[in-house]
Design a protein around this ligand. Structure first.
Ligand code: PBG
Length: 335
């Protein structure tokens, strides 16, 4: 007793082999960028709110990068926890800063590993903000007290980018959402003949509560206030196009949308607007920790949920995913 149906989509779902032939999106280990939190001293310190992720010494960072290389993950992105913090964040562009040491160590041991560096002030400033604050010697009476100053911050970002480039970084990733940060960094790099250094812009970065665990991990929470004067309002998507357009005009080589999971529509919209640019999605700390917490409780299948989540980002238009799941996801994909 068959109904006369001409079209039966289930025909193409009847076996694993056919399903694999018509699959539109495929995850690969080479899609992942693995974040590392590097600190001074020896050994490792577990990050309580991010099970499976540690703050690591330079030596342990090299070990993590080796694991990534073995798993087929081509890149790491580095975040540094400085020895001391101050209003400007001097260690951020110091020759022997923690990131500078980590870049040199990783590039020496694993030259083929692509080392991406996060360029921002928040982990290095004593106030935890992403730029120089409007106070003290920098005070400008026309602006609110405590405002994150845009243009003086650009100068610092340029110095940080040059410092990372001099240590052998492969890609510079500015994450501070300052206006004009891409052209400022491009100009600073080019003035030192780093014309080949690619810039991956955190072009569309929201003022999101999903960064909670990261701020423990990198010890970079603002000591007062929030980041709403520079990071984007989660309600906005047209503004995402405005931000991405500016960064492309300023010379960004790659774009990023961050966070990823609650912003899949933004990933798709930005990708459609700039299909010619490689695009990354940042699968942020809160997204990672939610999966880990539910898995610890036995409420979800960790492997399947993780891979489905990463697949959704790629399907939405991301070419690359920055993810704390990189090593385990690469291993699951292999098996
Ligand atoms: C800023 C930076 C942040 C993250 C990456 N770069 C924190 C912030 O903007 O507050 C968050 C990443 C994550 O949550 O995994 N240096």
């Amino acid at each position: 007793m068959n109904v006369n149906l001409k079209t039966r989509p289930r025909r193409l779902r009847q076996s694993a082999a056919i399903r694999s032939m018509v699959r539109e999106t495929e995850l690969n280990a080479r899609d992942f960028i693995y974040p590392l939190f590097v600190r001074h001293g020896d050994g490792r310190t577990p990050i309580v709110s991010m099970p499976g992720i540690d703050q690591v010494s330079t030596l342990e960072a090299v070990r993590e990068a080796e694991k990534a290389a073995k798993a087929g993950v081509p890149a790491v992105i580095l975040f540094g926890i400085p020895a001391e913090k101050d209003p400007v964040g001097l260690e951020n562009f110091s020759e022997n800063g923690i990131i500078q040491q980590a870049i040199r160590a990783i590039k020496k041991e694993i030259p083929e590993m692509v080392v991406v560096t996060d360029v921002c002030l928040c982990e290095y400033t004593d106030h935890g903000h992403c730029g120089i604050l409007n106070t003290g010697e920098h005070f400008q009476a026309s602006l609110p007290e405590g405002y994150v100053l845009n243009d003086p911050t650009l100068e610092v970002l340029g110095k940080v980018a040059i410092s990372h480039a001099e240590c052998g970084a492969d890609i510079i990733a500015p994450s501070g959402m300052m206006d004009g940060m891409i052209s400022a960094i491009r100009d600073a790099l080019d003035a030192k003949s780093f014309e080949l250094m690619p810039i991956m812009s955190y072009a569309v970065k929201y003022a999101s509560a999903f960064y909670g665990p990261f701020r423990d991990a990198a010890d970079g929470a603002p000591k007062f206030g929030d980041r709403k004067s520079h990071q984007m309002d989660p309600a906005n998507i047209k503004e995402a196009l405005r931000e991405a357009t500016l960064d492309v005009e300023e010379g960004a080589d790659m774009l990023m949308v961050k966070p990823a999971l609650a912003y899949l529509d933004v990933i798709r919209t930005v990708k459609d607007a700039f299909p010619e640019l490689p695009m990354a999605a940042y699968n942020v700390s809160g997204e990672y920790s939610m999966v880990k917490a539910a898995a610890e409780k036995g409420w979800i299948d960790e492997e399947k949920v993780t891979l489905e989540t990463l697949l959704s980002m790629k399907r939405a238009g991301a070419d690359l995913m920055i993810t704390y799941h990189a090593l385990e996801a690469a291993a699951w994909l292999k098996s």
